[in-house]
Design a protein around this ligand. Structure first.
Ligand SMILES: Nc1nc2c(ncn2[C@@H]2O[C@H](COP(=O)(O)OP(=O)(O)OP(=O)(O)O)[C@@H](O)[C@H]2O)c(=O)[nH]1
Ligand SMILES: [Mg+2]
Length: 386
């Protein structure tokens, strides 16, 4: 899983990223603070089966905190995008190539309305404009990749198209879907620039979905602008966030000034100078008004609602729920909802998939077949030929 953090300059992308990953990214109140991408590890939360199975887990590929499994997710924060970046404005589009492998994008929008589309100070700007221009620039970026490869695609078909889109996590099924639904001939391709852009638009929508962080919701017009974003874009996942509060709390938690669990709507103040306590009390009020900072909530919604993934826990011993070293519930795997037991085997190891015999649902102590559809939170043993 890989989430790309995008948006116009000065919207709070690096603050959001640093709040989610605790990587020390440069943050400043002016545009183009970030030039080189920042990379880090965020987490998505899911209930750990250790509670319902009444056991003590020993996670390997993830963490467990009080029965909440934290699964790592790669996150990247990039430079700001401006309107007409495809025509060379701002830093252009080239830097987006770092996001080729992203499964999904989080667009950080400045819901304070106090910075314009270039990240410069303004009053009463409409954050909906940010959403309108950004997806278009992403489409230009994909169209540019196709155009750079047009000599290899022209006159040819789906294979060459997929090769040109290598690394963009575009699947054959997605290309076929666009081809079929939208009537793009994906053989003997001879697209004009407009047709290439139209194809990029469709493939962007299914291969790089965008969720919105309505950030700086703590500012005077934050809430109002968030409501407007939601009503202007009813089909998008929009979550109000205060990235600044998330970052402050995650750092304060590290210093044991507070006890804060990302995603919660409250925290305990454990210490600090009077000034620090005062600042923390202000943050407490923001969390109360917004039901949390929204950062972790958005990541969870992106994974489980937008991408529609589930978590499955493979084990080798279905009685002890452990691997062969005795680690209980060692790993959690993210799979598309609707995946079957064989898809889990494939995800673990191609060898396991090839020699697949059956699965065992460790909760129900029940044998299941190749085609058995997995449920969120399943604990499964894969039985394979040696
Ligand atoms: N009030 C408020 N300010 C925020 C919030 N998040 C970020 N900021 C401020 O917004 C300014 C820009 O933050 P950055 O994280 O550097 O923004 P960016 O989008 O990465 O900017 P570039 O890298 O220049 O494109 C900084 O002054 C942050 O402190 C928030 O939730 N609330
Ligand atoms: Mg930045």
């Amino acid at each position: 899983m890989f989430i790309g953090v995008v948006g116009k300059p000065n919207a709070g992308k690096s603050t959001f990223f640093a709040g989610a990953t605790l990587v020390d990214a440069k943050i400043a109140p002016f545009p183009f603070t970030t030039i080189e991408p920042n990379r880090g590890k965020a987490y998505v939360r899911a209930p750990c089966p250790c509670k319902s199975l009444n056991t003590i887990c020993k996670p390997k590929n993830s963490l467990c905190e009080n029965g909440v499994r934290l699964l790592p997710i790669e996150m990247m924060d990039v430079a700001g995008l401006v309107p007409d970046a495809h025509a060379g404005r701002g830093l252009g589009l080239k830097f987006l190539d770092d996001l080729r492998a992203a499964d999904v994008l989080i667009q950080v929008v400045d819901a304070s309305g106090r910075t314009d589309l270039e990240g410069k100070d303004c009053e009463g700007c409409d954050p909906s404009e940010e959403i309108r221009f950004l997806s278009r620039e992403i489409e230009y970026w994909i169209a540019d990749i196709l155009k750079r490869n047009m000599s290899k695609i022209k006159g040819r078909g789906i294979e060459e198209l997929l090769t040109a889109l290598t690394g963009l996590k575009v699947t054959r099924a997605q290309v076929e879907e666009v081809g079929m639904k939208k009537g793009f001939p994906v053989e003997k391709i001879n697209w004009s620039d407009d047709e290439t852009l139209a194809f990029a638009k469709e493939i962007r929508a299914i291969s790089k979905p965008i969720a919105i962080a309505a950030n700086k919701v703590d500012s005077p017009n934050g809430r109002k602008n968030y409501e407007k974003l939601k009503s202007d874009f009813p089909d998008l996942l929009v979550v109000p966030t205060c990235a600044e509060a998330e970052l402050a709390l995650r750092r304060a938690n590290e210093k044991h000034l507070v006890k804060y669990v990302p995603g919660s709507a409250e925290f305990d103040i454990l210490g600090g100078e009077p000034k620090q306590r005062e600042a923390l009390e202000k943050i407490q009020a923001i969390l109360k008004a917004n039901n949390g900072t929204g950062v972790q909530q958005l990541i969870d919604k992106v994974v489980f609602e937008l991408l529609n993934l589930i978590v499955v826990f493979p084990v080798e011993d279905e009685h002890k729920f452990s691997d062969h070293f005795g680690n209980v519930l060692p790993d959690g795997y993210l799979l598309k909802r609707g995946s079957n037991c064989h898809a889990l085997a494939e995800k673990i190891h191609t060898d396991l998939a090839q020699k697949f015999i059956c699965g065992i649902d460790a909760r129900k102590h029940m044998r299941v077949g190749k085609e058995h559809i997995l449920e969120n939170g399943d604990v499964i043993k894969i039985v394979a030929n040696r």
